[in-house]
Design a protein around this ligand. Structure first.
Ligand SMILES: Nc1ncnc2c1ncn2[C@@H]1O[C@H](COP(=O)(O)OP(=O)(O)OP(=O)(O)O)[C@@H](O)[C@H]1O
Ligand SMILES: [Mg+2]
Length: 252
């Protein structure tokens, strides 16, 4: 039996009067990779943004229902704390353009105003870059600007920046869709290694990628959770016809 880290109960998300997520009940297993798949506009990004309370930053956006992080209602926690525990990596690599590689990794501490000793920061930078699989490539150029790195390296820098805050969950929204196959494959390896210590939720349009790296797959369609289960089961014996059609490339 898996232990779950995030559970939603009848989660609804709105933009203005538009109901985007319709009564989502999902439990995300700890230390596993969960892939969220589904056609464009079905609500994948909205769901991720609910998990770390970014959704409510959009004017007019609203959430109903519950999102529990280890049993605690995240809507009652401090949003800053929620975002520390549940980090996020976006589709387009977005290192802070004026910051060095080093400062990018510890940017969260600077933004939070958390003071740490130089030794401690050095340690955080090194361990985060190692976990993100970037240390060997940048250890001699930590004071160069992050934007001078390649796209794949920039995305790993963004992963390191999220990991530096020691999150329990890492959300990734199509993290490799802007990258070449080799850079994507490397990030997939990094994620599979990371799940030992962090729960991973990845939105992807790449069905093969979901099949390769995820333990669980959630299929969303028109704002509803149509199917959720072990990836192997969802891929080989989907219960729902829409899932089967989507996986076989008939729409999406
Ligand atoms: N800021 C916003 N204001 C109003 N509606 C929005 C906003 N962002 C998204 N939507 C709408 O919410 C729905 C779900 O969007 P969302 O971005 O979650 O889909 P998605 O599954 O991530 O799609 P894609 O695969 O294209 O990234 C869409 O109908 C979209 O038009
Ligand atoms: Mg999206």
């Amino acid at each position: 039996m898996e232990s779950n880290i995030i559970t939603t109960r009848r989660l609804r998300a709105y933009y203005g009067f538009d109901l985007i997520l319709k009564d989502i009940d999902i439990s995300i297993p700890r230390n596993r990779i969960t892939a969220i798949i589904g056609p464009s506009g079905c609500g994948k990004t909205t769901l991720l943004r609910c998990f770390n309370r970014l959704h409510e930053l959009t004017p007019g956006a609203k959430i109903e229902g519950k999102i529990l992080l280890e049993g605690n209602d995240i809507l009652k926690l401090n949003p800053i704390e929620v975002r520390r525990k549940i980090g996020m990596v976006f589709q387009k690599p977005n290192p802070f353009p004026n910051m060095s590689i080093y400062d990018n990794v510890i940017a969260g501490y600077k933004l939070n105003g958390t003071k740490q000793s130089k030794e401690k920061l050095d340690e955080i930078v090194e361990s985060s870059l190692k976990k993100a699989g970037l240390w060997n490539e940048v250890k001699d150029s930590l004071y160069k600007k992050g934007i001078y790195l390649s796209g794949g390296q920039q995305q790993r820098l963004c992963i390191a920046r999220a990991l530096a805050m020691n999150p329990e969950v890492l959300l990734l929204d199509e993290p490799t869709s802007a990258l070449d196959p080799k850079s994507s494959a490397y990030i997939e390896e990094v994620l599979v290694e990371l799940k030992k210590t962090v729960t991973i939720i990845i939105v992807t349009h790449n069905i093969a990628q979901a099949g390769r790296i995820s333990d669980y797959t959630a299929f969303l369609y028109l704002g509803r959770l149509i199917e959720f289960g072990p990836t192997e089961k969802v891929f080989t014996a989907p219960k729902n016809l829409q899932t089967e059609r989507y996986l076989s490339g008939k729409f999406g």
